[in-house]
Design a protein around this ligand. Structure first.
Ligand code: NAD
Ligand code: WQD
Length: 330
């Protein structure tokens, strides 16, 4: 298949391009590089020894994206092109609603016009809000407490309504849990701008000495050791999940959790990183971060049943691969 990967130069998108190319699909990336670099495209080509067609464009702009749909006959679209910093979305809500919702509308509209019937969307476990754990696809969604999360809820809704009006359209809404790690070549991985918001990139930068000390946000949660618990999934497992979702798309809307079903606490992740890489991660306990939930992880059984998707890589692999990438950054 020829697949348009919107946001394909980013963290999850670039790994998904590798997984798609490995399965024999052709890849066209549309990315405005607002949170990524063009060199990632070359790294994808280097890893796979295959060509990627790249357009540096903004997918919210019709004049940018229409010529790409005119030129290619896509079999499917994977939509990663979103902004993702939760804190920033609270400070600049309009930027988030504009980019994340409009990108979904524009790509869906192009699919409708150009009769591209396969659409895979990057959603997030954040849409569950503070629900009971484990999170199951059938749950009613609860408020997400930040504009970023709302853009995912709204985008899901838009795609569901669009599908209702276009019965040929096949949509997969993939709710990711916490992707970490990197491709085992060490060539591509997560490259946050400035000081990282998320745990794993913070850990790797502390291990490298770029940052002094990790702050563990809260040790009084009702969890195994008082620190926050998340369902970390290796980004290559997540990437492979996209290929399965795309290949197994059926008419209608399918919703899948992509997680491992296993919770890991902040302290457990620090210990695993130290064990996997034989390196210390200095940390101190600090205040809870506003908006954080104590614990969540996926019920991963639907993706396993229907997509035959299981995350193969464990926490130690995630830690090893994240560290290899950070070290390679020089
Ligand atoms: P990322 O920032 O690394 O990748 C997103 C890519 O999209 C970037 O390359 C960016 O330049 C591009 N982009 C953004 N807006 C664009 C636009 N209007 N036009 C063209 N390109 C645009 O983020 P990521 O971690 O790879 O996340 C990919 C998607 O998955 C996002 O939609 C994100 O919200 C979602 N998601 C991420 C996580 C996570 O923890 N990383 C979890 C759940 C969901
Ligand atoms: C994980 C755990 C923190 C940093 C976010 C988004 C979510 C999704 C994934 C896109 C928590 C703790 C963190 C630090 C810490 N993105 N922590 N010190 O918050 O689960 O999810 O990214 O959809 O929407 O909210 O991930 O990596 O920020 O935090 O102690 O310096 O690590 O409190 O328990 P989170 P995270």
């Amino acid at each position: 298949m020829e697949i348009l990967v919107a946001g394909g130069a980013g963290y999850i998108g670039s790994h998904t391009c590798v997984a798609l190319l490995k399965e024999g699909h052709r890849v066209v990336v549309a990315d405005n590089l607002c949170n990524s670099k063009a060199e990632t495209i070359h790294k994808i080509e280097q890893i796979t020894n295959k060509k990627v067609v790249f357009y540096q464009i903004d997918v919210t702009k019709e004049e940018d994206i229409r010529p790409v749909f005119s030129k290619h006959q896509f079999d499917g679209v994977i939509h990663f092109a979103g902004l993702k910093a939760v804190g920033e979305s609270v400070k600049e809500p309009l930027k988030y609603y504009y980019n994340n919702v409009l990108s979904t509308i524009m790509l869906a509209r192009m699919c409708q016009e150009y009769k591209v019937n396969r659409f895979v969307f990057s959603s997030s476990a954040t849409v569950y809000g503070e629900n009971e754990i484990p999170f199951v696809e059938t749950m009613n969604l609860l408020p997400t407490t930040n504009p970023y999360g709302e853009t995912k809820v709204i985008s899901e809704r838009i795609l569901m309504d669009m599908q209702k009006a276009n019965p040929e359209f096949c949509v997969s809404l993939l709710r990711y849990f916490n992707p970490i790690g990197a491709h085992d070549s060490g060539l591509i991985g997560e490259m946050p701008n400035g000081i990282p918001n998320n745990l794993m990139p913070y850990i790797t930068q502390v291990a490298k000495g770029k940052l002094n000390k990790l702050k563990v946000f809260g040790k009084d949660y009702p969890t195994v050791d008082g620190t926050g618990v998340r369902d970390y999934i290796h980004v290559m497992d997540l990437a492979e999940g996209h290929v399965l979702a795309l290949e197994k798309l059926t008419k209608g809307v399918q919703i899948y959790n992509l997680g491992t079903g296993q919770g890991t606490s902040v302290l457990q992740l620090i210990r695993a990183f130290e064990e996997a890489n034989h390196i210390q991660v200095p940390f101190e306990i600090s205040e809870r971060r506003p908006g954080d939930i104590a614990e969540f992880y996926a019920d991963a059984s639907k993706a396993e049943r229907e997509l035959e998707f299981t995350a193969r890589r464990g926490i130690l692999d995630m830690c090893r691969d994240a560290w290899r990438f950070e070290k390679n950054l020089g």
